[in-house]
Write a protein that binds this ligand. Sequence first.
Ligand code: SAM
Ligand code: SF4
Length: 525
Amino acid sequence: MFPSHGGERSIVRTGLAPATQLAEFATEDVALPSFHLWTLGCQMNRSDSEEMAGALSAAGCSEAGSLESADLIVINTCAIREAAEQKVIGRMGHLAQLRAANPSLRVVMTGCSVRANNTASLKRRYPQIDVFLRPDEEPELTLRLGLAGPTAPGLMADQQRYELQRVGASVAATADQLPRTRAAAVGEGRVQRDSQISAWLPIIYGCDKTCTYCIVPFSRGPERSRPFDDVIAEARSLAAAGYREVTLLGQNVNSYGHDLAPDPRFANVHESRNLGRRLALDGRPDMAALLRAIDGLRTADGVPAISRLRFVTSHPWDLSDRLVSAMADCPSICEHLHLPVQSGDDAVLHRMGRQYTTEAYLELVARLRAAIPAISLTTDVIVGFCGETEAQFERTLEMLREVRFEQVFAAAFSPRPGTPAARLPDDVPRAEKKRRLQALLNLQEQIGLEANQRWVGQPTEVLVDTVRRPSGHEHDGPGAPRVSGRNRHNKLVHLDGGAELIGQLVAVHVDRAGPYALAGTLANA
Ligand code: SAM
Ligand code: SF4
């Protein structure tokens, strides 16, 4: 509720048109709301939510323990598949009940479901929402709520701040404020990170690819790289704060830098062999330069200040030789790469607009394995894409058998309104998609088990991050697995030990393997 406590906060004079600012929060006699962030979807959303939580806290709001106890709910949506949107639609009834019980409750929707030109239909679909913010408008959150937030008045209020660009048949806003507002949030300590062990570090916003099934370019706009020095400054601050692991984020991290201004420091960066397009990188920083610079942040003993460096997601088309070399050379870069393949059939890949062939993908895998023999590869697959025949699906299974990915994130194709693929016939019946998905998961379970069994009897280093509750068949006695974490190859490892291990890098002896995880004991116990 918003009990009346006059003068508890000040009001930001925004210069925004009145219709874009939530009137109810713009009066001076309400208390600060307690907020709850409901985050769906990918790591980028989780990172964005950390920034929004930081902005709300900096505005003086407190965090509510649950959706039910909040005065302000922020839903950070995912639109990648229909099921993700259905989750939110399915909660509208519950939100209506909460509103009836708490008339002061306000609900904000952001994330990939909110796009430049769909607010009218969103209002019909989500009647309980008060404010819709596109992902690039998230820095305006406190401003739009009428809360005295960290966003400097005038910074975001400039009505000229967006250029609208056509992406396919749609229009996306290309606000260039995100790198600037992120740097300010980091500099002022306003990123409320979920973990004190592993941190997300966004390096590039948006996506320039045109995968025909994907909504992301429509919701997040074209690529905008963060300035090189801003990324290094954030990495440095994470190292100083004791973070063990940093994951660089972007929809396509490998094209980092192509949109930045040339800089004499990167005069040595030229095109290097890429699978696909030649990025105009001459004199600009690239992903390899960025990784080497973060790896170069060292302690007094000369070891990497951030022990583990990861990055997602990599589009095969932009994975350069320079990047592969950096991965091989830098001790902090983990021996794991998530490299979405999507399909094992060239005609399907072509319809998906993925811009590589299966042969080129396999050649890239061979290059990676030659340079980093222990590398663990994981991937994304879509089954039942428009026109996918049984034979084409079989070729995807063949790809899995050939590459032997350690893990596969697979989903049935879900047509997304407004994407090019939504105009193709969605002709694989739902039941058939389900069958193919299950067949693929069954195969991968076997491959995953065999891959994991190779770890049994081996030592591995685990960054412990979770206390586990023993499951039904486990005993609570000595030796029962109690904590878990990941090794450098991104394998989930369960082990004995207590909460005192959280945040530590420990040596583990692997005793057992299942298809999805390893189990072991502390090597020096
Ligand atoms: N940028 C990454 C890449 O290069 O593939 C992936 C980003 S996307 C948010 C994550 C995954 O969602 C994709 O790799 C794809 O497998 C899946 N995905 C995207 N659109 C989909 C759709 N319409 N139906 C089913 N799965 C989809
Ligand atoms: Fe979507 Fe393709 Fe961009 Fe990944 S690379 S976000 S799948 S358009």
